[in-house]
Design a binder for this molecule. Structure first.
Ligand code: TRP
Ligand code: SF4
Length: 407
């Protein structure tokens, strides 16, 4: 079996659904974060095309175009295939295999209880989301993460409930299958070394911890066991797993790395979203961006040119914070509050900064679109690399489950 390369950096995984053009909020919030993360982590970033199908199964025609365009946008803003592994979910079939296996042990109640499940079903009523696949959305997401045994998952607040399911699934998997082999032997010998009194105390603490989730209590359990010179390290591992109500960590529980939400509101001042029709797309060009900014909502108190305004109440100001220099921002604050500048002056100055930053992104996007093979190659080699890792996990998972190996 070929072995995956060893990378000492902490590993993270994240995906995006290819459902249409990205907007500036995605860039400012999510992608800039990815670009920072890729420098210090072993990153797996993928286009979650199967996840797009869970909601768009009735009209999947643009899925492949959307997938390529999404990744083209990543590359255009500076996500770097030399630093991060970029791939397509459906090109790594191990995600589907692990999803199937995890589905065996996932109670329906965990999925039905995800707050966004019923909400989304209601919200997207015309899409008929009364399906097996849509209910299983968090299971597929769990497979995406666990198949790489990732430590961290950068996501927005809306995905945290899904990752909570991932953690529960991992815990259950480890409890069910991480207790095979010599688990019971080590547990018995560890307890014998502790003696009946300490074993009883530990069992009591562990029970309290599992009921309360009290982290301080957990630290105390960890300290007590790790500092006990009578225990072998195997016994320590097994006693800790037992205390936590788990098993050996075949699939480690990942931590969500919360992405701060974008500072950029939509052109009407509400949250930027395609469904509100207030978004500026990353691929909107000079004239469209100019029109959208020039007609953008401002401080509602500034009705006439002579009315002073307050930047903190103005959506345009949020854009200055993201794009403008300190000089420009000072000029805006002073000019707005004294009615020394008009909103159009203010917006045009902003546009100068924005267009300077966006123009090179558009150029890279166009260059990549002119050479679609570049993007295809990035994804083909990224998917290959991802498969190496994913296969190694599946080998262990097969072993743990007692499935026969083909060779
Ligand atoms: N569900 C995520 C979203 O809509 C996308 C996603 C799919 C994902 N699989 C993932 C994110 C695994 C992080 C990790 O934003
Ligand atoms: Fe907003 Fe600028 Fe107008 Fe002030 S001058 S209200 S910051 S657009």
């Amino acid at each position: 079996m070929s072995r995956a390369r060893v990378n000492p950096l902490p590993r993270i995984v994240s995906g995006m659904r290819p459902t249409g053009p990205l907007h500036l909020g995605h860039w400012e919030g999510v992608l800039k974060n990815w670009i920072e993360l890729q420098k210090q982590h072993e990153c797996y970033f993928f286009a979650a095309d199967w996840h797009a199908l869970t909601t768009h199964y009735q009209d999947p025609r643009e899925l492949d175009t959307n997938t390529f365009e999404l990744v083209t946008e990543w590359l255009a803003v500076g996500v770097d295939p030399e630093q991060a592994t970029l791939f397509v979910q459906s090109w790594v079939p191990e995600h589907a295999e692990l999803h199937l296996l995890l589905s065996m042990l996932t109670p329906l109640g965990w999925l039905e209880r995800v707050p966004t499940y019923k909400e989304q079903q209601q919200e997207l009523r015309d899409r008929e989301l009364d399906t097996y696949g849509f209910l299983g959305y968090p299971v597929l997401m769990s497979a995406d993460v666990l198949v790489y045994r990732a430590r961290g998952v950068p996501v927005g607040q809306d995905q945290v409930a899904h990752l909570e399911v991932t953690r529960e699934i991992a815990r259950r998997f480890n409890f069910l299958y991480g207790r095979g082999g010599s688990f019971d032997e080590h547990l018995a010998s560890g307890r014998a070394r502790l003696g009946p009194k300490e074993t009883r105390r530990l069992t009591e603490w562990a029970k309290q911890y599992r009921e309360s989730g009290d982290q301080e209590l957990w630290s105390r359990i960890e300290r007590t066991l790790s500092q006990d010179p009578r225990l072998t390290s195997e016994e320590q591992v097994v006693l800790l797993a037992e205390a936590r109500g788990s098993g050996r960590a075949i699939l480690p529980e990942p931590t969500p790395l919360l992405t701060r939400s974008s500072r950029l509101p939509g052109t009407d001042g509400r949250k930027m979203s395609k469904s509100y029709d207030n978004a500026i797309a990353l691929r909107d060009r000079r004239d469209v961006v100019t029109r959208k900014i020039q007609t953008m909502a401002t401080d509602p108190a500034r009705v006439r040119r002579t009315d002073p305004g307050e930047p903190s109440r103005c959506p345009v100001w949020k854009y200055h914070e993201a794009f403008s220099t300190a000089d420009t921002r000072q000029w805006v604050e002073a000019g707005c509050r004294s009615a020394g500048i008009g909103c159009l002056d203010c917006k045009n100055r902003l546009l100068g900064h924005m267009l300077t930053e966006l123009a090179p992104i558009w150029d890279r996007f166009d260059a990549l679109q002119a050479h679609p093979d570049t993007v295809r190659e990035v994804l083909a080699s990224g998917s290959e690399r991802a498969r190496l890792e994913a296969r190694a996990t599946l080998e262990e998972v097969r072993d743990a489950l007692g499935l026969a190996h083909p060779s």
